[in-house]
Design a protein around this ligand. Structure first.
Ligand SMILES: *[C@@H]1O[C@H](CO)[C@@H](O)[C@H](O)[C@H]1NC(C)=O
Ligand SMILES: *[C@@H]1O[C@H](CO)[C@@H](O)[C@H](O)[C@H]1NC(C)=O
Ligand SMILES: *[C@@H]1O[C@H](CO)[C@@H](O)[C@H](O)[C@H]1NC(C)=O
Ligand SMILES: *[C@@H]1O[C@H](CO)[C@@H](O)[C@H](O)[C@H]1NC(C)=O
Length: 962
């Protein structure tokens, strides 16, 4: 592989020269050797510095390396050393620091030895053309190493632990090496960005920089570069980012390895121009969009697209080897087309350049199912509203929307869309509202029918261009779903993608420690009064109140109601309606922006019923105790179990009751197979009770940290993987609910509960807050548990979904090591698991040594251990932007467990319908009149009584995590 000068040729030339030199020496009667004395000294220093110099077989006491006979591995010209070739001899020791005085050196082969110490500078070696230093153990590389290497063609530096502690970046001196053909430095500890100048070196054909710590994008200077081999895969730490567009212009490429990074955006459509391409590896990135047909038609040897967020149909690939699992394709088999509405929406997405949030949520083959952000469907499951205002959408409006025949309203106000409004849209028969205000559309505006309300203000190029036949542009956009026929929809504005200034992962342990100290100090104050959720209800500011009020309307219940209960009305989407059996009651008046109000009053359950099933909250029924109170097991006569959380008296003041209840209404709407369901609640006099499903195996923390004392079996590796995936799925769902995004904020093993099959569910939404909408993130009070807190949250109180990703990363570390996140009893360096683990994860040996001894660490699970460790590292990156989102986490975990198939939510609970509110399920057991007031649902009661009791509820055991 490596190219050398043909040594035979050189020896030949050398001999000719030597003949002349020898003749001269004879004539002059000289006795000294033919070798330049300084070159000899340097070789001698080299030999003397080695631990095992005997391997060189250089003659002891010899002083004439150029000979004749020349020393083994040494080649000369005119008494000057031109080559040293010691590949693979196993040499140990340093190179002399004055090595660059071998100024006629042309070809140096030191690869595959154990050379170590400080690599000397090669500065000024202007004759050097080939330098193979790869696979050694050089500890540092000097900053002026590349200075003056004006003729160098091949530099191979791979697999040296250069400047391990701080990393190093490639000095710009190398830009002057205009003859450079091959540069490789994989596993070299390079940090920072790929230098621009590589794109300007016109001879460069190979660039391998895998397994470093590079960040940032592929430089724009690579545009049109004739590079053939480009390896940037597996950057440790946060990974490379931005789009891969530029490779679409590099038509010489034959091997492109970009896997294991954080690249975003779609595959460029020009990829088909890369006619020499043989290998394209893009797995484990955040790439989006549809697979260009031109790529599918290329005769590649290897094509790896797995673990991204590619969407649309899977084309029929011509590549010899192809993988594409763990993406967001609409179908599972190549060649199958997407549903027409999906195709239309994906084309729309394409024309707005796949903004991250939409790209990650518009998945599957049914826009009326799952988290299709901004999409609302009518009762016959056709898309009726596109509601995407103020998302910063760039690009144009796709004519493909004409293929959504049921479309009533399109809300695209306040984006950056340009181009023309496609004429095709005038044939949307049901369309009644098109809001394109505040964009940059161009005339002409097509002629829409009379029934279409057009809102076009704030488009500079369109002003004065309002065509006849359409109503005048209005300044006040109609709220979505103002028409009573349309399905309810009042989506909150999407959560903006968080942008915090970049910073490095918690490598810098001093910084991290300092932070933890700050957190501990702040936290000590906060936590001494762990009223948390509930005290805050009393203190919450007015603006926050408004935020809730936008989504929820409170109606005092019939004043004769003995239990002082409230009926909660939730204005939310239609899927909630279906799930919770709520009834649409009003909305025609149009006075309120939320035109459809759905009642969710039937979550209320009477205290008497709960008293009865818990034997009046007897001690024996207590499952656990937490910051807010105790959790009891409730058991009905037929054996059905629930968990009842009883708040400490006085923890919720009356003033905060409204908000408390509206939040409960939200939480009880969250239904997912990996989330512990809140089934109901009770508020009577001083009692505040929450009812959860019961989880028989209790908290993960018991099984992970205290299995011995509880006489339990330790968790197997496979179980741990499954738990990780379950939790990831639950949190992914929380983060990506169609209309609102939730942040858990207190993920930890004591909040992860297990059922009899050890499938996990995330519990305790006591701290869940609605995700920020308008603001990027809201500074909120500190919550959560130390050891799991994301640094930016701990310091600033700013909260985004990436806070949960951090906590999840810590939980992965706990699953790997069996160590709890924070343990004051442990020695200082391992006290904070996250910090300690970061130091150990990159080295496979130290990683394996850190594993929980309870794991049966067989060779075959190593691969998944490495993946999990790497993922844990990504999730706990210091910069929240560098943490993956949970969708990506699921994509990484799913393949470890076996082929992942999405499971229909509905067949999970075949025993009974968990989506029904508890009171409905309890109907048969109830005696109290107060709880039988569930108008509008009694018709369904046939199906609502569980035929067989199934696991239920929450055990609140956070006491044991502290
Ligand atoms: C550069 O590396 C490639 C791949 O290893 C090799 O085929 C090529 O010969 C090298 N070029 C030179 C000038 O050594
Ligand atoms: C590598 O580390 C050494 C010693 O700390 C330092 O002198 C040198 O400048 C570093 N190299 C680079 C390229 O930064
Ligand atoms: C739109 O383009 C601007 C400027 O290029 C960019 O900052 C913004 O992130 C883009 N918006 C989306 C949703 O991609
Ligand atoms: C939209 O109209 C143009 C011109 O009439 C046509 O070429 C195009 O195929 C139409 N697009 C769709 C998606 O129907």
């Amino acid at each position: 592989m490596n190219m050398y000068f043909d040594p035979r040729k050189l020896v030949f030339i050398g001999n000719v020269v030597l003949v002349v030199v020898v003749l001269e020496s004879c004539l002059l009667g000289s006795v000294s050797g033919a070798t330049n004395q300084n070159d000899f000294k340097i070789l001698n220093n080299f030999r003397n510095g080695l631990k095992n110099s005997q391997l060189l077989k250089w003659p002891a006491g010899g002083n004439d390396p150029c000979g004749p006979p020349a020393w083994p591995h040494v080649f000369c010209q005119n008494g000057k050393v031109t080559q040293i070739q010691v590949k693979g001899l196993g040499l140990q020791g340093p190179l002399p620091q004055n090595f660059n005085q071998l100024d006629k050196l042309q070809n140096l082969g030191l690869q595959n030895n154990k050379l170590n110490g400080d690599l000397p500078t090669f500065s000024g070696l202007s004759n050097l053309q080939f330098a193979y230093l790869d696979f050694n153990q050089f500890d540092t590389i000097p900053a002026d190493f590349f200075d003056g290497l004006s003729n160098v063609r091949v530099l191979a530096l791979d697999n040296n632990p250069f400047n391990q502690s701080s990393g190093w970046s490639i000095p710009s001196d190398l830009a002057e090496s205009s003859q450079l053909v091959n540069f490789s430095c994989s596993s070299c500890n390079i940090v920072g960005q790929v230098p621009d100048f590589f794109g300007k070196l016109s001879s460069l054909t190979l660039l391998r920089l895998s397994y470093n710590k590079l960040t940032g994008g592929i430089p724009q200077t690579f545009q049109g570069s004739m590079l053939q081999v480009l390896w940037l895969n597996n950057q440790d730490g946060s990974g490379m980012t931005d789009s891969i567009d530029v490779i679409g212009s590099m038509v010489g490429l034959s091997q492109v390895w970009l896997h294991g990074n954080q690249f975003t955006g779609p595959i460029p459509n020009t990829i088909g121009d890369l006619t020499s391409l043989r290998e394209l590896k893009l797995s484990r990135n955040q790439l989006v969009g549809m697979i260009p047909l031109s790529l599918a038609n290329m005769n590649l040897q290897v094509l790896d697209l797995s673990n991204n967020m590619f969407m649309g149909p899977i084309p029929k690939f011509k590549a010899a080897t192809v993988s594409y699992q763990s993406n967001s394709f609409c179908q599972s088999d190549p060649g199958e087309q997407c549903a027409p509405e999906v195709t239309a929406l994906l084309n729309f997405l394409h024309d707005v350049n796949y903004p991250g949030r939409l790209a990650s949520q518009w998945t599957g083959n049914d826009p009326c199912k799952g988290p299709w952000w901004g999409i609302t469907c009518n009762p016959t499951n056709h898309v009726s509203i596109i509601n995407l205002p103020k998302l910063g959408l760039n690009g144009t409006l796709s004519p493909s929307l004409v293929n959504l025949p049921s479309l009533l309203e399109i809300h695209l106000g306040g984006n950056n869309l340009d181009g023309m409004i496609p004429v095709n849209l005038t044939s949307l028969r049901s369309l009644r509202l098109l809001d394109i205000s505040g964009n940059d559309f161009e005339p002409p505006l097509p002629r829409f029918g009379n029934g279409v309300k057009l809102i076009t203000n704030g488009n500079p190029k369109l002003s004065g261009n309002s065509p006849k036949g359409s109503p005048k542009p209005s300044d006040s956009p109609v709220p979505p779903s103002a028409n009573p026929e349309s399905p309810s929809n009042t989506s909150l504005p999407p959560v903006p993608i968080d942008e915090l200034p970049p910073s490095s992962p918690p490598r810098n342990s001093k910084h991290f420690k300092l932070l933890v100290i700050v957190v501990t100090a702040v936290g000590a104050m906060v936590f001494t009064f762990v009223g948390l959720l509930l005290t805050v209800y009393c203190l919450r500011k007015r603006e926050e109140k408004k935020r809730f009020a936008a989504g929820f309307v409170m109606h005092p219940k019939d004043s004769s109601d003995p239990g002082n209960t409230l009926k909660i009305s939730v204005a939310d989407n239609s899927s909630l309606e279906a799930q919770n059996g709520m009834t649409t009651t009003s909305g025609t008046s149009g006075g309120l922006a939320d035109s459809h109000v759905i009642e969710a009053g039937n979550l209320v359950i009477s205290v008497q019923v709960l008293r009865k099933v818990t034997n009046n909250f007897t001690q024996e029924k207590e499952l656990g105790r937490g910051g807010f109170g105790s959790v009891y097991m409730g058991e009905f006569e037929d054996g059905t179990k629930i968990a009842v959380k009883r708040m400490q008296a006085g923890i919720i003041c009356n003033k905060a009751l409204d908000e408390f209840q509206s939040e409960i209404a939200v939480l009880s709407s969250v239904r997912h197979r990996h989330l512990v369901s809140l089934l109901g609640y009770s508020v009577e006099e001083n009692e505040r009770l929450l009812v959860y499903e019961y989880m028989p195996q209790g908290a993960l923390s018991r099984h992970l940290f205290r299995w011995k004392s509880h006489n339990l079996e330790p968790l197997s590796w496979t179980t741990r993987l499954k738990i990780a995936l379950d939790v990831a799925r639950g949190v992914e769902y929380l983060h990506s609910l169609a209309r609102q995004s939730f942040i858990h904020r207190d993920l930890k093993p004591s909040n992860i509960l297990l059922d009899d099959d050890f499938r996990a569910k995330v519990a305790d939404f006591g701290l869940v807050k609605l995700a920020p909408d308008k603001e990027r993130s809201v500074a909120t009070r500190l919550a959560g548990t130390f050891g799991y807190l994301a640094p930016e949250y701990a310091v600033t109180g700013k909260i985004t979904t990436k806070v949960d990703v951090f906590s999840f990363g810590v939980i992965l570390m706990e699953l790997l090591t069996g160590l709890v996140a924070l343990d004051e009893q442990r020695p200082e360096e391992s006290r904070y698991l996250a910090e300690w683990f970061w130091q150990r994860k990159s080295n496979k040996e130290s990683l394996v040594a850190s594993l929980d001894p309870a794991i049966d660490a067989k060779e075959e699970i190593y691969e998944s251990i490495y993946v999990l460790a790497e993922l844990a590292g990504h999730c706990t990156a210091r910069d929240p932007n560098h943490r993956p989102d949970m969708g990506h986490v699921v994509n990484v975990l799913a393949p470890l467990i076996g082929k992942w198939k999405p499971v229909e939510e509905t067949d999970q609970y075949s025993d009974f319908d968990i989506s029904l509110p508890l009171p409905q399920m309890l109907k048969g057991w109830q005696e109290e009149p107060a709880t039988q007031d569930f108008s509008g649902t009694s018709q369904d009661s046939k199906e609502s009584i569980p035929s067989k009791p199934s696991g239920f509820a929450d055990s609140f055991t956070s006491a044991d995590a502290r």
